[in-house]
Ligand binder design. Sequence first.
Ligand code: ADP
Ligand code: MG
Length: 390
Amino acid sequence: MTTVDVAEAFEGLYGSAPEGVWAAPGRVNLIGEHTDYNDGFVMPFALPHTAVAAVSRRTDGVLRLHSSDVEGGVVELGIDALTPESDKNWTAYPAGVVWALRDAGHTAVSAGADIHLTSTVPTGAGLSSSAALEVVVALALNDLYELGLERWQLARLCQRAENVYVGAPTGIMDQTASACCEQGHALFLDTRDLSQQQIPFDLAAEGMRLLVVDTQVKHSHSEGEYGKRRAGCERGAELLDVDALRDVAYENLGAALAGLADAGADDEVRRLVRHVVTEDHRVERVVTLLKSGGDTRAIGPVLTEGHASLRDDFQVSCPELDLVVEAAVEAGALGARMTGGGFGGSAIVLVEAEDAERVGKAVEEAFAAAGFVPPRVFAAVPSAGARRVG
Ligand code: ADP
Ligand code: MG
């Protein structure tokens, strides 16, 4: 779907051409999982898949929303009546952004907007279709209403929309990735102070590919388990008397684990702490490797090590994700890991370009042999963050 198609669809719905068209990508996380609520490090990059929004301002306090990806017509909401956690439909994501902007004092958006959305980001696959939707709306309103907000501020407001308005507890990674990533780079983000570094990550130039394997499964207990992991991490930080697990230095991990045992912490808390501390260290190792200008292939084993930690210590993997990693590594991948929160969703596989097809097939065959739903496999190049496209 081109920008012109989206603008034409808008005109068909609302009767006049949009004032502009914007796009915001989904993301995969290269490394740094379950670290973002521990004040730690993450390293996402943007997918070529985007949510696209055609938008015009209004003057009567009405918000009209439409998505070509959802059954049903235009939804009309009064901006004054927007209330957190009142909407259980998809419209909560864009409406939440308007609410968050207004709640932060950007009252110009109260005048309203007509919005038509369409997206190529797979939904519910751990690739952040929700953040793409929020960020594209936030950027459009920021431009049209001349709010002057910076990218990281838009990301923060989108996170608030998702946490408070939609009612989904998520960290800051997804929205920051969609708002701030740059083509050919991964984004090294410190979730404590939101400082960022763009790290060159041009896989194609180095003869590699990164496959995304969407397992197409989402295990139903994922939300409750996420809450438990978060609470366990907070308990660990409390017992270690630090603000967040980010403050436990990798060099002191052994002493910290011994201290936790002395303090009577159960085995689960110690495993959670070990994952978070080693995972932050893995992000730093990947950053060092990529910045060194040496062979990017060296990050492969770090990715696979990260998967083992998520599987064994953090226990957020599932049979389908484990099988992707096992089959891919067996078939000669350089490294592989689950990406996103876990319990389903997607995995990433780093391969030599010439092995990409063979490794992808090996994963598909392993899924067929296990009787799993066929996975969706596609190659992803690090792409641009949110932008105006028309
Ligand atoms: P993820 O962000 O991993 O894809 P989430 O559960 O966080 O999964 O967000 C998915 C939800 O976002 C969908 O259920 C839907 O409500 C909303 N969404 C995403 N893309 C679209 C779209 N193109 N149109 C309408 N709603 C969408
Ligand atoms: Mg999401």
